[in-house]
Design a protein around this ligand. Sequence first.
Ligand code: GLN
Length: 446
Amino acid sequence: MKAFVTLTEESALEQARKADERIRAGDMTPLTGIPAAIKDNICTLGTRTTCSSKMLQNFVPPYNATVTERLQKAGIVMVGKTNLDEFAMGSSTENSAFFTTRNPWDTNRVPGGSSGGSAAAVAAGEAFYALGSDTGGSIRQPAGFCNIVGLKPTYGRVSRYGLVAFASSLDQIGPMTRDVTDCALVLNAIAGFDNCDSTSVPQPVPDYTQRLSGDLKGLKLGVPKEYFVEGMQPEVGHVMRAAVAKLEELGAAVAWEVSLPSTQYALAVYYIIAPSEASANLARYDGVKYGFSYTETDSMWDAMSKTRQHGFGPEVKRRIMLGTYALSAGYYDAYYLKAQKVRTLIRREFDQAFEKYDALITPTSPTVPFKRGEKTADPVQMYLSDVCTLPINIAGIPGLTVPAGFAGGLPVGMQILGKPFSEETLLRIGHAYQQATEWHKRRSGL
Ligand code: GLN
């Protein structure tokens, strides 16, 4: 499957020994001793954190991300670091500078991205859970493509300290797991305020396993029609209609024709804001402080420019150029500022919808996993695979994907959206759905 960039056998054995001691001493958490994987853009002290980029190929962080630290306290046995699209820019893991990860359901197809390594590792049973990061869908889309559960928490619910920054106002770390209960357990361990991240929110962390019950009585759900987009595979629509009907059977009241008209602008807004923030965040890779450094030259400027020329892959360069352009004098008002205004409209539409509904239900992706190489020649086609997930990051709200069925033998994910800090409700809906269905129990056989 090629899910891992780095395997950490030795430290895993050491952590497993420590976990055994803790378990013997009765000092354990539900995650103690459980083998798990961490996306390779999340810092791990002493273990290479490459972002699947030549730029950071040999970068060994001198500190842990807060989530890494928290999982270590919980007793993680980290088996390795997982592959991603370079700097988390992509939807198929084909932008990794090292190699492409395969989808365990069909190795000729992509696992999704950018957290494709994490998704493939969990789907194939190489790790019991994994962490991913999600800027525009990178947890949910690969989770949906690999038939696992993925949660993009509310912006600020989980600390971003130690997550290599892509687009700071959109990035969130979240769990990728086999089922909703595991998702709740991992969220319990990583959520909460962190002194090192001023955007993390000082709101108490509930026990997310507490509200996992079997029925959905009293819940109002909406199905926004704009998410059943043109170009969507009809089979995905069928799977989704059956999934929503199941939620109705479980006691939820469903409104089938909700409208969020600004959804159509989300892709354009994302591809202004995300590259703009990326161009600023990636300015730090100059070959001087850390990371790859081009030294075969006498001139400082030439060294910096060649470092970036050779260190970054084509998609990363495309984003830096887009962002630099959108932020430059004369274009800032026309693009960046306009995008921020539309961002507010998108957020308001969600706020209004959540006055009426407890959650919204959409497909996670408009298609089943596509073939390797199918979209690499056309970046816009690749960008379109995230139409259903991008608006959620733009609005900062939480989104959960759960396995919802199969089309032609390939997994289809259902996305459940809620107002800020409503993760408990989303998990409750996902859990009830899993109690009544068997999709999440299907394994790829690889
Ligand atoms: N596929 C989207 C992009 O390329 C989202 C990536 C992500 O969520 N990290 O930007």
